[in-house]
Design a protein around this ligand. Sequence first.
Ligand code: GRF
Length: 213
Amino acid sequence: MYNRSMAKTKLGVLISGRGSNMKAIVAACQREEIPAEVALVVSNRASAPGLAWAGEQGIPTVVLSHREYATREGHDGAVVTALRGAGVEWVCLAGYMRLLSAYFVESYAGRILNIHPSLLPSFPGLDAQRQAWKYGVKVSGCTVHLVDAELDHGPIVVQRAVPVLEADDPETLAARILEQEHQAYAEALRRLLTEPWSLEGRRIRFGALEART
Ligand code: GRF
């Protein structure tokens, strides 16, 4: 558990579907593993199953369909306005199937996280678990990273390795990676919010600067 005197950081979680990573973040906040609370869940799809779950938990939710905006910037502008209105300080992408515009990335510069189901920089983009399985790698995993303007690209916060077993198919591999994703997202948030860290180029270094000499 973290030091209780720490102020709780307000998180905004963006989803498009199932929302199992969102649930893992909510649960880690409730268990007080992370000094944070989910202040708003945003979905670009009204039918996202995770949205209904969040509503049932009493977490504020909003649907902002990208189809109702002429441009990516227009949609992102509405999302950023909603996040700011809820006092959100850090943004967690959790299965949010939209590329962020430069406007969005700059609005929350250095405070947007994403989770990707491969060991980046291998297999960015869609269906990463199947890409890795088809390629024949013996180890895959997941990556939590800060978001920059490029897809699945920003500085890496946490990675977890998952062996690819002989009997695996893309679905069984994805299921084992997902278990690790849920832990990795909570770990990344905990470390970023409770430990000193700095960015050197694209390397995130944890620990106080004076302790590294
Ligand atoms: C996860 O595999 C995540 O890594 C990827 O999209 C999937 C979302 O799953 N970005 P869920 O909605 O969190 O269950």
